[in-house]
Design a protein around this ligand. Structure first.
Ligand code: GCB
Length: 613
């Protein structure tokens, strides 16, 4: 169908259709031989999209020549009557990649719209090799061009983008890539217009060109079989001209596992092998094995941990043993910049704070976080809840919105499926009750299970209260989930002051483990008052003390991820003194100071660790 469309477009005199992206995201792409394109990219702010549309609002890349847009990276020629070119990337300022634009230039703090990025790079394609241009994430809509030709368009601000550029690289080695990044919010997108986080724009994660042989291991899943610590199960997928009927070797030398598999006509080999001697991964002992997959000229090594996760009644069993998930929610943001986390150092800082708090678990809210974060969680021994930005009021009845959400979910699962740390896929957060929403989200649950039946599926559910001070959790979506999770803001959005909230009790419909996805309240670090003084550290401290008392009455309580590790930028948060553009529910301030409530939760987690570990 795509090909037919391309042929029709060409016949109609339109520019060549964009190169099709490789169907499958390369598993562990950063672990390949890569040429990093991180660093300084020239940029042009383009609120009127002059670089994309002509003055009749026709897109240049849809015109007969396909030329005229900023992606040409045009330069005046040396003829006597030079062309009029009203932009010049090379004389424009630079933004660092990875990194949002808002935190790099004060005039971009609130900017929503188009910015063009350009990077020149030197890469001479070698015979017998394939090259993939890979972006960890661009928020939100990205049009990507290589050497003046369109590679494609991608929507979704938190998932990887990849194109096979082998045939588009210049033989001379001189290449340039141009990206139109547009973070304009739209009601039909995922997320929608309204969120409680900053709409950071730009190329926020790593960019590189990955190199591979013509036929290579594009994807794999090497995990324990569902609930079975004695078997490895999964698949290896080859891509390239020689993918069919190929031998693939799976080698975990340290565990004495070596198996040669054979691919089918589609280049896929599935397996299920005995694996008795594996030492299992857990937060206390985050053991990773070097897993090597090789086929023909290709070999890739990934450090993978093995564990089982399942529920039994109201228990969560990790490797068969009941656990308590001592968690904290976090955004993909370094509060000290403040801006999107830019690399491993920032991510490590966030997870180190979580460890200091006594966590064995983190909720990576409210969208897919960096792949590097999942790898760090594997290494540092933290369980992970990973989520898609199906948040608040999504356009439930729009099929394109659903497709978009499902694509983001599939990419998230692709990115995290080999990570032992990831134990929960969340299909959304605090979405309003209704039939279209139930249908939309239940379909996401089904999709998640079809892609990965070895992890738990969850969502932050709705709750309601009755005048008898009972909090009811009976959201119908809970039926299809493995955990009962909900955001519960007693003492902040309802229920009076912290001293009053212990009167609430819970009526939870489902006989499943309860893992509270959020509770909390704002405190401005350094602002002190008594426990009744809103915004003070003492108020937040009392709120945590009484929340923990109140929640401990829930029989099936098996974990929580209070809101939130650190203060974060949020445009909705307008109070000029206490908020100033920040959501202050952090246990750590935007200057890195631990607030009093941090220590309340730390104490509680120490007790829970003694009880369960
Ligand atoms: C919530 C949302 C979270 C908000 C938080 C708040 O329930 O899930 O994204 O930031 O409440 O602070 O209101």
């Amino acid at each position: 169908m795509k090909r037919l469309l391309a042929a029709l477009l060409c016949a109609a005199g339109f520019a060549a259709a964009p190169a099709a992206p490789a169907q499958t995201l390369i598993q562990h792409a950063p672990g390949r031989q890569v040429l990093s394109l991180n660093g300084r990219w020239n940029y042009i702010i383009d609120p009127y999209e002059n670089g994309f549309y002509d003055y009749r609002r026709m897109a240049f890349d849809q015109s007969k020549t396909g030329k005229g847009g900023y992606y040409d990276n045009a330069k005046p020629s040396s003829r006597q009557e030079p062309e009029l070119i009203e932009y010049d990337f090379d004389q424009s300022a630079g933004l660092m990649v990875p990194g949002d634009w808002n935190s790099q230039d004060p005039k971009l703090l609130y900017y929503e719209g188009t910015i063009w990025y350009k990077k020149s790079f030197s890469l001479k394609p070698a015979a017998g090799k394939r090259y993939f241009l890979y972006f960890g994430a661009i928020n939100y809509e990205a049009h990507i061009y290589l050497n003046g030709k369109k590679l494609g368009m991608h929507k979704g601000g938190f998932t990887p983008i990849q194109y096979d550029i082998t045939s588009q690289l210049n033989a001379t080695g001189d290449n340039f890539v141009v990206v139109k990044a547009d973070n304009t919010r739209h009601a039909e997108e995922v997320p929608t217009i309204n969120t409680d986080w900053w709409n950071y724009g730009g190329i926020t994660r790593d960019v590189f060109v990955a190199e591979a042989p013509e036929t290579f291991v594009v994807d794999y899943k090497v995990q324990l079989a569902k609930n079975d610590p004695t078997r490895l199960a999964g698949y290896v997928q080859l891509d390239g001209p020689a993918k069919a009927n190929q031998a693939v070797t799976l080698n975990i030398a340290e565990a004495g596992i070596k198996q040669t598999l054979k691919t089918d006509a589609d280049g896929r080999a599935t397996f299920s092998l005995p694996a008795k001697k594996l030492k299992l991964w857990s937060p206390q002992s985050p053991k990773l094995y070097a897993v090597r997959l090789s086929s023909g000229a290709d070999a890739v090594t990934d450090n993978i941990g093995f564990r089982t996760i399942q529920t039994k009644g109201q228990d969560i069993l990790l490797n068969g043993k009941s656990i308590f998930m001592r968690g904290i929610s976090m955004h993909d943001e370094n509060p000290l910049i403040p801006g999107r986390a830019r690399g491993e150092g920032d991510l490590r800082m966030l997870l180190t704070w979580a460890k200091e708090l006594g966590c064995n678990y983190v909720r990576l809210a409210h969208y897919p976080h960096n792949e590097a974060m999942l790898k760090l969680a594997d290494e540092m021994g933290l369980l992970v809840w990973a989520e898609v930005p199906v948040y608040w009021t999504i356009a439930w009845e729009n099929p394109a919105t659903y497709q978009n959400a499902e694509a983001q979910l599939s990419d998230l699962i692709s990115m995290g499926k080999n990570r032992a740390s990831v134990v929960v896929w969340s299909v959304g957060n605090e979405t309003p009750l209704g039939d279209p929403r139930l249908k939309f989200m239940t379909s996401l649950v089904t999709k998640a299970r079809s892609l990965d039946d070895t992890r738990l599926i969850a969502a932050a559910l709705e709750l309601h209260r009755t005048p008898d001070n009972v909090v009811h959790v009976d959201d119908a979506l809970g039926e299809s989930l493995d955990l009962t999770s909900f955001n519960e803001y007693a003492g902040w959005y309802w229920g009076g002051s912290p001293s009053e909230i212990t009167k609430y009790t819970f009526d939870i419909k489902y006989n499943k483990p309860v893992v509270i996805s959020e509770f909390g309240g704002d405190a401005l670090a350094g602002y002190h008052g008594d426990a009744e003084t809103r915004w003070s550290e003492e108020y937040q401290e009392a709120l945590y003390v009484n929340q923990l008392k109140m929640l401990s009455t829930i029989k099936g309580l098996r974990g929580m991820t209070p809101w939130i590790l650190a203060d974060f930028r949020a445009t909705r948060r307008q109070h000029p003194v206490y908020q100033n553009g920040f959501n202050r529910k952090g246990l750590i301030s935007s200057t890195g100071v631990k607030k009093k409530a941090f220590y309340v939760l730390q104490d509680y987690y120490r007790q829970m660790a003694t009880k369960y570990d």
